[in-house]
Design a protein around this ligand. Sequence first.
Ligand SMILES: Nc1nc2c(ncn2[C@@H]2O[C@H](COP(=O)(O)OP(=O)(O)OP(=O)(O)O)[C@@H](O)[C@H]2O)c(=O)[nH]1
Ligand SMILES: Nc1ncnc2c1ncn2[C@H]1C[C@H](O)[C@@H](COP(=O)(O)OP(=O)(O)O)O1
Length: 226
Amino acid sequence: MSKLFRAVILGPPGSGKGTISERVANSFGLKHLSSGDFLRENIAAKTEAGVLAKTYIEKGALVPDHVMTRLMLSRLEEMTRHSWLLDGFPRTLAQAKVLNSAFELDVVISLNIPLETLKERLRHRWIHPASGRVYNMCFNPPRVQGVDDISGEPLIQHEDDRPEALVARLRHYKDVAKPVIDLYRAKGILHMFSDTETDRIWPYISSLLSTKIPTDLGDAQRVRTH
Ligand SMILES: Nc1nc2c(ncn2[C@@H]2O[C@H](COP(=O)(O)OP(=O)(O)OP(=O)(O)O)[C@@H](O)[C@H]2O)c(=O)[nH]1
Ligand SMILES: Nc1ncnc2c1ncn2[C@H]1C[C@H](O)[C@@H](COP(=O)(O)OP(=O)(O)O)O1
């Protein structure tokens, strides 16, 4: 059994975690598990965790750690034969400790993007709620404005993507994320990237992962799309 690869990507709202995670999944054949998307799936499916999580997300709050860790770890138990990249989890120190007790991580990527850049990006972010597909009128616009390329269904903007909501989200993110970043720095597996453009960060992340991901992942898993 080849060694599997386990990674986490951290970053504030709008930093490009989803955008970069999709490129990693396509380039290296890892499974991308986004906590936000997984929660939305559970909410749509009206699972017990989804119904509970909805009550917190509607208030713009984080889902409690014990709900989040139970949900994410049970999903990860179904993925033990895959290499994966987690996006949006862990988000707190308590979540990181539970994850670290269950899995040994190889790499933690942390995106450090300026506030003004985040505001500008989220102002132009449009989302297809059902699929989680993400667009940006300045970066990756849909073929038809306001319409999802695949389903033809309407795109929406998140209420809390507005600039005035972002500052509070960002302050909360920084308070909660700092101990998580410090934990992985102390473990010697943290890699920090700072820039205003994903396309300038991507080559560095891609070359880092090329050196870290076992080459014997097998052709089926490691699909090069360059
Ligand atoms: N202009 C510009 N927009 C970008 C860039 N990278 C990503 N975006 C867009 O910026 C927005 C935020 O990117 P996401 O990948 O959704 O960021 P995220 O970290 O997953 O955000 P959350 O899900 O809120 O945590 C999206 O609309 C992206 O399409 C970039 O380099 N330049
Ligand atoms: N690891 C986690 N712990 C607690 N709540 C989480 C979580 N991941 C996601 N959530 C909740 C709070 C988020 O505002 C909401 C949507 O998550 P998201 O799609 O990653 O958006 P964002 O992080 O930009 O709010 O789900």
